[in-house]
Structure formats: C-alpha cells, structure tokens
Design a protein around this ligand. Structure first.
Ligand code: ADP
Ligand code: MG
Length: 240
C-alpha cells in the first residue's frame, strides 16, 4: 500500500460568524500515527470532517501527497473515517456491514469475499460474520466499524474518538490493538481524542487544538516536557 502525506495550509472554517478553525497549518508524514488532542468543542471533528470532504473550509489548501483535494467530493477521496458511535446497520449481519462499501463499488463476489474475510480476521472477528451488531459487545462493534473502514483500502484513516464509548479497560486494550493494526497496515492516521494518555501512548506526534487554533505540534514527549503555553501544559501535562 502506498503511504500518503497530508498537509493543511492556512485552513479556516466558519459557521456563520463563528470561526471554528483558524489558520490551521499541519503536515502529517506518510505512515504516521498522528493524534489530535483538544477539549470538547475545540474543532477536532470539524477538522476531520473537512479532511473527509463532509464540510468545506473557506480559506486555505488541503493537500494529499502535494495535491489539493479541496474540490474532490468525499466518495472520491478514498479516505476512511471511524466515529465514536459505531454507526453500523443493525438489521444487517457483520459480514454485510463490512461488505457494503465494496458492494457499492461493484467489486466482484470473489474480491468481496476475500477482502471482507481478511478485514474481519485483521480485527479478530473472523468467526462473527453471521452475527448482527446487536449481538456484539461495544468493543466488538467498534472492531466491525474499523473493519468496514479498512476494507475499502483507504489512503488515510481518520478516527474520531473511536474508543470514547468503551469502558476504561477495554479502551486500553483497544488502543493497543489500534496501534498494532495501524503499524501493520502502515496507514497514515489521524486519531482524535480528548484523552491525553491515549494520545501519548499511541501517537508518533500529536497536536493540541483549542478554540479552533492549533496550540502546539510535535512528538508527544516534547509537548509533555516543553509545553509552549499554559493551556498545553494543563491539557497534556500532569496537571490534567
Ligand atoms: P470537537 O469535535 O472538538 O468537540 P467540533 O468540531 O464538533 O468540536 O465543534 C467545534 C465548534 O463548532 C463547536 O463550537 C460547535 O458547536 C461548532 N459546530 C460544529 N458543527 C457545526 C455546524 N454544523 N453548525 C454550526 N456550528 C457547528
Ligand atoms: Mg468531536
């Protein structure tokens, strides 16, 4: 799989007169696991949505491997997104939930069988294809959501607080699994969380967002040891 870079240049987005993202500059390297950290309402989901193409920035450029994707519609961007709420179809089996994107693309039955099988194996649910989402635990449902996203072989993986609905023990286990999976696939990944420990333990680098402004970007340890301001110190540091 080819690994891509992602770059935001001077991106701003407003809803009416409310500026939600202000002059965002960010470069994520090919294959990097990047964590985006910030309190509720800071603009994390908005930033992911605009990368996926579900909302539009008014200013700035969004580049994948150096090419501006701003005018490319979401379905053509080949970017995978996983949400906090798993958003699985309850009436469909696990297998059909995962196969859905491939069926839409009119892939062959053989390709679908092979890819869905491999994706379910990857997330440890090889034997769960016939179940329905309601018959699975929260962690298993989130694994299905992950399988559904990686099965389309996205260029970029966007994770919007994917573990927030899980209890603490499971969250720790799942974040290790997530990290392992990301390494295995080598997928350029943005992991949104409001949990600093989750960010510190998974990410190559991280950024802290507050009120639509990126406060600091760098390796997790550098934000922890050398926060540029009180906000970052309070959010990343031991004060949290
Ligand atoms: P986070 O994911 O960090 O919690 P969001 O990106 O969801 O933050 O929201 C950032 C800000 O943008 C919030 O103040 C929110 O109320 C506002 N916002 C988000 N979506 C919309 C929308 N569609 N219309 C108006 N305001 C919005
Ligand atoms: Mg959010």
């Amino acid at each position: 799989m080819n690994k891509v870079s992602l770059e935001a240049r001077h991106i701003s987005l407003s809803y009416g007169t409310t500026e939600v993202l202000r002059d965002i500059n960010l470069k994520i390297e090919p294959g990097e696991f990047f964590a985006l950290l910030g309190p509720s309402g800071s603009g994390k989901s908005t930033l992911l949505r605009l990368i996926a193409g579900f909302s539009q920035h008014q200013r700035g450029e969004l580049l994948v491997d150096g090419q501006d994707i701003t005018r490319i519609p979401p379905h053509a961007r080949n970017i995978g997104m996983v949400f906090q709420s798993y958003a699985l179809w309850p009436h469909m089996t696990v297998w059909d939930n995962v196969a859905f994107g491939l069926v839409e693309r009119r892939e062959t039955r053989d390709a679908i069988r092979r890819k869905v099988g491999a994706a379910l194996e990857l997330v440890g649910l090889g034997d769960y294809g016939k179940r329905r989402p309601g018959q699975l635990s929260g962690g298993q449902q989130q694994r299905v959501a992950l399988a559904r996203t990686i099965v389309i072989e996205p260029r970029l993986l966007l994770l919007d607080e994917p573990l927030s609905n899980l209890d603490k023990n499971l969250r720790v286990q799942m974040r290790d699994e997530l990290k392992h999976l990301q390494r295995k696939l080598g997928l350029t990944t943005i992991f949104v969380t409001h949990d600093q420990e989750e960010a510190m333990t998974t990410a190559d680098r991280m950024a802290v967002l507050d009120k639509g402004v990126l406060q600091q970007t760098g390796p997790a340890t550098s934000l922890f040891d050398f926060p540029v301001n009180r906000f970052v110190a309070g959010f990343v540091g031991t004060a949290n």
